[in-house]
Design a protein around this ligand. Structure first.
Ligand code: MN
Length: 298
């Protein structure tokens, strides 16, 4: 396993709500790592009085959104009535189920540096059509390993378990590297992605060819990480995902028809998606690009 260089999904620039993001997942060649199906790194950016991260109300189905910040603050509001400012080291976890809408804003909340990630976790068939929910976790388990600090966002690592909701067997943790190499334990039955944001990180003693999402196939029980400077790496893992999934815009579903119906209902402001008390305009886009096959009954 350590003989060959790992696959690395290098970041591609995209724009979200006025801020440049680096998208590392999904890729045509890799749709997910366990249930993790979307990974965007936001910033680092400097927000000014007239330039922030402001994403108006928009819908989701079939996934959980995970917001995690390294620097700055973002205000989350959703159709369940949640109104929560998130700060570094805290977890915002919104479960979309059959439908939710939310807005993410920095105006009136934060100016200055913003750096973090937004990620999605695909929901399994058992909960995909269930009720939406929102959780904020301000106090997550934090463990020291050698001179690194591990925060368990979701699932378990090193005998510590996050209280965050999980609909499948998966995990996410932030490692703040110290000055020495650290051995990160991995579950051999999981596939993992190491989200490496800064240059100069080594894996098992060898420099990584680029930043991005480093893919570790199942069968590994550890990864040795080192960086010359203090830096952060996110570890995302889960059982290999075998369900067929369709992802389009902000929706994850088992089939295209479910996405088409959700999008028609969002566009018509169906009560399924509720409403968000945001002064930002709601986000609308053209329907999905595929043609429904003839005779496809709903
Ligand atoms: Mn969203």
């Amino acid at each position: 396993m350590t003989e060959s260089s790992p696959e690395i999904l290098a970041p591609r620039p995209a724009s979200v709500g006025g801020v440049t993001v680096a998208r590392v997942l999904p890729r045509r060649t890799r749709r997910h790592v366990g249930p993790w199906c979307f990974v965007d790194v936001m910033g680092p950016s400097t927000l000014t009085p007239d330039h922030g991260l402001d994403v108006g109300p928009h819908p989701h189905i079939g996934l959980q959104t995970v917001t995690w910040l390294f620097e700055g603050a973002v205000r989350h509001r959703d159709s369940l009535g949640s109104d929560q400012i998130i700060r570094p080291g805290q977890l915002n976890l919104m479960t979309a189920g059959r439908g939710v809408s939310h807005a993410e804003e920095t105006r009136d909340t934060h100016r200055g540096r913003l750096h973090g990630v937004q990620m999605w976790i695909a929901q399994p068939a058992a909960t995909r059509d269930g009720l939406p929910a929102f959780e904020h976790h301000g106090d997550l388990p934090r463990i020291s390993v050698e001179d690194a600090e591990v925060t368990v966002m979701i699932g378990s690592m090193l005998d510590a378990t996050s209280p965050a909701r999980r609909d499948t067997d998966h995990m996410g943790a932030e490692i703040r590297l110290g000055s020495r190499a650290v051995t990160v334990p991995l579950r051999p039955d999981f596939e993992h992605g190491l989200l490496v944001i800064d240059e100069g990180v080594t894996l098992d003693g060898r420099p990584l060819a680029s930043t991005g999402l480093v893919i570790l196939e199942p069968g590994r029980d550890e990864a040795v990480l080192h960086a010359p400077a203090r830096t952060r790496v996110l570890v995302l893992g889960g059982e290999p995902w075998n369900d067929e999934l369709v992802m389009w815009w902000n929706y994850v579903a088992a089939d295209r028809g479910t996405i088409e119906r959700a999008h028609e209902e969002w566009t018509a402001r169906h009560p399924r998606f509720g409403s968000v008390p945001s002064t930002l305009p709601s986000v609308d886009v053209e329907g999905p690009p595929w043609d429904r096959p003839p005779g496809d009954a709903r």
